[in-house]
Ligand binder design. Structure first.
Ligand code: NAP
Length: 498
């Protein structure tokens, strides 16, 4: 691959072809109302494209098409091995278009081009390829019934699935939803976040090119409060898979109960603990503590926002983390050297600034950052910021800020570290750093989160499930376990005359 410079990427950005219409029944179409809304580049605040603004009537059309495709059976009854070929072809097409797609994601989300190119796009490719390759290796069950009977326990597709995804990892979360739901034979109606619809529309075209039958994948950009709610309440949708905030996740459970009890699986927010013991490799732990909270500008569900440090090394360790924070200065996301881009929009940047004020007001000590920067760019850049002297009862330690703000909390004993880590409504992810394997394992087991790292942060790949405990959700993305969320368990009992 060519090593492109910031100038190269800017030139390519000027020429990029943006798909901005909804994708329904295999074609790009306008919203029935003809309405559009702009999607904005967070790096400079300028509009990128006018995107179809779909509403309930578009949803009804898409659900009808998705249902018809499911009933036709071209996809739902296709042999898993044949589905595999389509999904693997799709992954290859995405890979072939990786530069264009990475650029699109950078322009729409503000993620650094080095991340979209080396993390987001490859992750989507791997997810789709892996799910495709796995689906024809999954066997159903025959239980130990009496000799004159035979029972089959099979996993069958739910039918029509709605997938609603957020703006912080638009392409990766879309792939995490689409790969297992399509692999298991469902038809899917996807609603991307309003401010980041472009990568989903781009890969929908490639899915059609790979041979996914018309109607099996519909992509509808539009607002959560109307379009998303309509999908969640829709009687024609059998399953709902969601990644987003905990308050919206709670609403979706209610919509399911108010409508048809559609199977609802949620991947929600977090306030993840990153626990460092005095005997850890402090150099590595400090570098990763900065990665854990500043990667993607802290707009990461699993961000390690609570750094829980053994008191004996607190000062020394904080100094190291502060030095590492200087490597995360925000800049132009089209520059391959930029580690951190802007916040997604003005509102998110304001929220981060408000939380910094809240932390100061609560008596925490801001030891670096705390300012919006690069304002003349028109973008929404915020400095990497660290609060020392945080008490876990403070709002900056309890609420998801979704920005580059770290709260540092000291502890004295193993039990206290675990208690602080678990004192949260969330349970998404975390990490523990110690050279003592007994301590590390004890803590890793005791912390109530879906994914825990020992001497790493953000560890994991497509082979392991991802999801939350507590109010971080109930579903599991990735790995073979994700197939469960998109299938019903069916028993067939057969009696023989013998
Ligand atoms: P959000 O406000 O909950 O929105 C997520 C999606 O839901 C968007 O597509 C949104 O549409 C839609 N939506 C909003 N209100 C809705 C409603 N009443 N009915 C149906 N859909 C609705 O979350 P966000 O701000 O985009 O994303 C950040 C959140 O996602 C954070 O809490 C983060 O922790 C979480 N997250 C979790 C994971 C995980 O795997 N656990 C991964 C990534 C992010 P609009 O765009 O139109 O508002």
């Amino acid at each position: 691959m060519l090593d492109r410079t910031a100038t190269d990427w800017r030139k390519l950005a000027d020429q990029i072809d943006i798909k901005s219409r909804a994708f329904i029944n295999g074609r790009f179409v306008d919203a029935l109302s003809g309405a559009t809304q702009p999607t904005v580049n967070p790096a400079n605040g300028e509009p990128l494209a006018e995107v179809a603004l779909c509403g309930p009537e578009d949803a009804d059309l898409a659900v009808k098409g998705a249902r018809a495709a499911f009933e036709r059976g071209t996809w739902s009854n296709m042999a898993p091995m044949e589905r595999k070929y389509v999904l693997v072809r799709w992954a290859e097409l995405i890979d072939r278009h990786r530069e264009e797609l990475a650029l699109l994601e950078t322009l729409d989300v503000g993620k650094p081009i080095s991340d979209t190119l080396n993390v987001d796009v490859p992750s989507a490719v791997r997810t789709i390829r892996w799910s495709g390759e796995a689906i024809d290796k999954v066997y159903d069950e025959i239980p130990p019934t009496p000799h004159d009977t035979l029972a089959l326990i099979q996993r069958l597709p739910l039918g029509v699935v709605a997938a609603i995804v957020p703006w912080n990892f638009p392409l990766s979360t879309t792939a995490w939803k689409l790969a297992p739901s399509l692999a298991t034979g469902n038809s899917v109606v996807l609603k991307p976040a309003s401010n980041t619809p472009l990568s989903a529309l781009f890969i929908a075209r490639l899915a059609a090119e790979a041979g996914l039958p018309d109607g099996v994948l519909q992509v509808l950009p539009g607002p959560g409060g109307s379009l998303g709610k309509h999908l969640a309440l829709h009687m024609g949708i059998d399953g709902l898979t969601f990644t987003g905030s905990t308050p919206v996740g709670k609403q979706l459970m209610q919509y399911s109960g108010q409508s048809n009890l559609k199977r609802t699986f949620l991947e929600l927010g977090g306030k993840s603990p990153n626990i460092v013991f005095a005997d850890a490799n402090l150099e590595k732990a400090a570098a990763m503590a900065a990665v854990a909270v500043f990667y993607n500008g802290g707009q990461t569900c699993t961000a390690g926002t609570r750094l829980i440090v053994e008191r004996a090394i607190q000062d020394e360790f904080l100094q190291r983390v502060k030095e590492n924070a200087q490597k995360w200065l925000p800049g132009d996301p089209l520059d391959p050297a930029t580690p951190m881009g802007p916040m997604i929009d003005e509102g998110q940047c304001r929220t981060v600034a408000e939380y910094v004020d809240i932390g100061r007001g609560e008596g925490a000590e801001l030891i670096c950052g705390g300012e919006q920067v690069l304002k003349s760019s028109g973008g929404y850049y915020y400095q990497p910021s660290i609060f020392a002297g945080v008490d876990n009862a403070m709002r900056v330690a309890r609420e998801e800020i979704f920005g580059p703000v770290l709260s540092v909390i000291p502890f004295d004993t193993v039990e206290e570290a675990v208690a602080i880590a678990n004192d949260s409504i969330y349970g998404l992810a975390g990490a523990v750093w110690s050279r003592n394997i007994d301590t590390a394992h004890k803590v890793a087991r005791a912390v109530r989160v879906g994914t825990m790292g020992i001497n790493n942060y953000f560890g994991g790949d497509i082979t392991v499930p991802f999801g939350g405990f507590k109010q971080s959700g109930n579903g599991r993305d990735k790995s073979i376990h994700a197939f469960r969320d998109y299938t019903e368990l069916k028993t067939t009992w057969i009696e023989f005359e013998m």
